[in-house]
Design a protein around this ligand. Structure first.
Ligand code: HEC
Ligand code: HEC
Length: 232
């Protein structure tokens, strides 16, 4: 009997030790898993930081995203431009012109204070980023352009195609903008400002001003609607 009790006690002790051992073992595994997860997160952050281009970092750090949207496609207000996939040379010239005050029409004044803290070298990096990375592969413009619509017909008859291309995204010179996919409100404002001479920052714009006296405000409205339907 005594022997039996002793064996039973020993057996219980053994069981207790086993449970304890398995407990610490599980604990350790949990801790190791947590550590692995932490390491993974740190690594993922490092990889992300390394993968982010300088342009993407500047776009975020200089708060361009707050007005132009994360992917440059959905600006804060419809009167702001869609800048994703804009031509590099055109984008750079415009940023330099807004910085210097050479382009002061429309709503340029809201961007001017921010652009003051961006060096010309950084603007060049941002222009490359805008043209190549920003909103790349995403739909820009509603994409249901109808050449038979009033705006579609005017786009051809008023010779807009001669400078901006048939599709509004293949300008004849790299200093000229891609206009396809701009919001109607922004496009309208720019056309009115170019027509009135309020926006005359580049020599290039003078060519367009020359034809705008042949375009009425009502026609500008149709053209703006059409521009918003063309895909960039
Ligand atoms: C506070 C809002 C705001 C911020 C911040 C801002 N912008 Fe702008 N940006 C505008 C507005 C508004 C215009 C159009 C001005 C006009 O009406 O003529 C513009 C115009 C532009 C244009 C010319 C677009 C075209 O089609 O002509 C580019 C390129 C541009 N911004 C890039 C940037 C970059 C890069 C940054 C960051 C360094 C930035 N913007 C920061 C509001 C902003
Ligand atoms: C002779 C060439 C020429 C013709 C023709 C022309 N444009 Fe332009 N357009 C330009 C240039 C150049 C600019 C940019 C000016 C600058 O550098 O600031 C511009 C700017 C614009 C903008 C503003 C783009 C932006 O991102 O801010 C819109 C919108 C536009 N054009 C629409 C039209 C429409 C619609 C027509 C036809 C009625 C037309 N253009 C005819 C050369 C032309």
């Amino acid at each position: 009997m005594r022997f039996f009790l002793k064996t039973a006690n020993l057996f219980l002790l053994f069981l207790a030790l086993m449970t304890l051992a398995s407990c610490t073992c599980e604990d350790r595994e949990e801790r190791q898993a947590a550590a692995r997860e932490r390491q993974g997160l740190i690594l993922a952050n490092v990889v992300e930081a390394v993968q982010e281009s300088e342009g993407a970092r500047l776009y975020r750090e200089k708060t361009c995203n707050t007005c132009h949207g994360e992917d440059g496609i959905n600006p804060l207000l419809p009167s702001y431009p869609v800048i994703a996939q804009q031509g590099e040379q055109y984008a750079l010239t415009q940023m330099l012109d807004i910085k210097s005050g050479n382009r002061a029409a429309g709503l340029s004044a809201v961007m001017k204070p921010i652009i003051q803290s961006v060096t010309d070298e950084e603007l060049a990096i941002l222009a490359t980023f805008i043209a190549t990375e920003l909103g790349q592969g995403k739909a820009i413009g509603t994409g249901n352009a109808d050449p038979a619509s009033p705006g579609g017909k005017l786009f051809k008859s008023k010779t807009c195609t001669a400078c901006h291309g048939k599709d509004g995204k293949t300008p004849i010179l790299k200093e000229y903008p891609k206009i396809a996919g701009h919001g109607a409100e922004y496009a309208k404002m720019q056309m009115l400002d170019i027509k009135s001479g309020a926006r005359a920052n580049s020599m290039a714009v003078l060519g367009m001003k020359g034809i705008m006296h042949l375009v009425t405000e009502e026609e500008i409205n149709h053209l703006a609607d059409y521009i918003a339907t063309m895909s960039r």
